[in-house]
Design a protein around this ligand. Structure first.
Ligand SMILES: C[S@@+](CC[C@H](N)C(=O)[O-])C[C@H]1O[C@@H](n2cnc3c(N)ncnc32)[C@H](O)[C@@H]1O
Length: 254
């Protein structure tokens, strides 16, 4: 297992991190917009929820179809999701190996909340290949990913325009408290032409996350064999490239 994998898996298995996901239930705005648009076509069809965590999206996808499968590689999160949704099909599986699922078995796959960003680059490409393999022709893959072109990318708050507000000061203190850990984690960062892997503020600077621009991600999806792909900003609007938001959403079609 790569060091990146070890670091990220250990972070997701932590009790405090599991606890944060257990409380999550609502959809993000772009998820709401895109799922509302896709729901009529997906009614009753097989849906795959990759990196389901503690089941934030489970209820919303079950409202579209009972033919639902959620997977995650973190056993404690799968257990938490099972407690919330005892009747749902929830499996402990890694997105890099979807071999339990036959070719062309799903109409829709979701990898929400940037979950795809926690595997190394080559394995991310493997995830894209696996998701494409299990999708039916014309099937959709929806996910979000960290935005390398965001104006705040890889910056501490004091490296951006300072603001005189309580949340800004609180955030500066949070970053300062974690600075020693961040400086240790930074040794593992990768800055390549196509993407970067950086230690951002998530879960107390505990993760190494993949960041990519919207144009580079769309090109990656094209190379992985998806026939079309669109990018959306965090307000649910189509975007060609985005410098304002920390994530970008993608809707790709096999
Ligand atoms: C940011 S959390 C989001 C959890 C959930 N989707 C949500 O929105 O609350 C990312 C999730 O992806 C899972 N994950 C990351 N890499 C994975 C992989 N290779 N295979 C399966 N799950 C993975 C983690 O265990 C974690 O539950």
């Amino acid at each position: 297992m790569s060091l990146l994998d070890q670091i990220n898996k250990a972070a997701y298995a932590r009790a405090d991190v599991v606890g944060e996901y257990v409380g999550a239930d609502g959809l993000f705005e772009t998820e709401r917009v895109l799922l509302a648009r896709l729901a009529p076509a997906l009614r009753g069809k097989p849906l795959l929820d990759v990196g389901v965590g503690a089941g934030r999206t489970t209820r919303h996808l079950l409202e579209i179809s009972d033919d639902y499968t959620g997977i995650d590689y973190t056993p404690a999160l799968v257990e938490a999701a099972r407690r919330k949704f005892p009747r749902a099909r929830l499996l402990c599986r890694d997105a890099r190996d979807l071999s339990p699922f036959a070719d062309e078995s799903f109409d829709f796959a979701l990898f929400s909340f940037n979950g795809i960003d926690y595997v190394p680059h080559e394995e991310r490409l493997q995830v894209l290949r696996e998701v494409r393999r299990v999708l039916k022709p014309g099937g959709y893959f929806m996910f979000s990913s960290h935005n390398r072109e965001c104006e705040h990318f890889n910056k501490m708050p004091w490296q951006t325009k300072p603001r005189l507000s309580a949340p800004y000061v609180k955030y500066c203190l949070y970053c300062l408290a974690h600075l020693p850990k961040h400086l240790r984690m930074r040794r593992h960062e990768v800055h390549a032409d196509e993407y970067a892997v950086v230690n951002d503020n998530a879960h107390g600077f505990s993760l190494l996350a993949y960041y990519i621009s919207a144009p580079a991600q769309l090109e990656q999806l094209r190379r992985a064999g998806f026939s079309s792909a669109e990018a959306y900003d965090m307000d649910g609007h189509p975007t060609a490239r985005d410098t304002r938001h920390p994530w970008v959403y993608y809707l790709a079609r096999k």
